[in-house]
Design a protein around this ligand. Sequence first.
Ligand code: 5GP
Length: 174
Amino acid sequence: MSENIRVLLPEEELAARIAELGDQISKDYEGESVFLVCILKGASFFACELAKRITVPVIIDFMATSSYDGGTVSSGVVKIKKDLDLDPTGQNVIIVEDIIDSGNTLNFLGQLFKDRGAKSVRMVTMLDKPDRREVDVHVDYTGFTIPDQFVVGYGLDYDQKYRNLPYIGVVELD
Ligand code: 5GP
């Protein structure tokens, strides 16, 4: 059985939309600074591109969570695998996610940063799969809304493969 990747969102479309999100965030936080929390590994490509498009001062830090245990369906229980190095207290935290699916990860993280004393907490996701939502989460900035398909590329993996693709694609098995 071979895997074929069908392009869903080409590189140019991603770049244009990320620039728009950066503009919007820069306007919304004018006169302030932002503390980007990049959720590893999937959001790393998106977070770096987004950070370059934000014109207010940016601090960036990284955190890893898990809810998938290697499969393609969320287990519902979110664990912190790697915590931040920096202190988010008093910061305008923006949680940067690759994709929101069940909503469990962002729901957990939103509460976590409120509990940790952030000045404000917002969320940005590159992709949203609303069909699979299990918990109601308010996401402030969304790149693209996509159908219920397992996607790879631009940081997203399938068994650790395909993160380096410069576009978002769907894995098709022949
Ligand atoms: P949630 O907690 O919202 O169910 O899932 C969030 C996480 O699940 C994402 O950060 C991502 O790591 C993973 N995920 C959800 N949907 C997909 C998908 O279509 N492709 C890949 N590669 N990961 C996904």
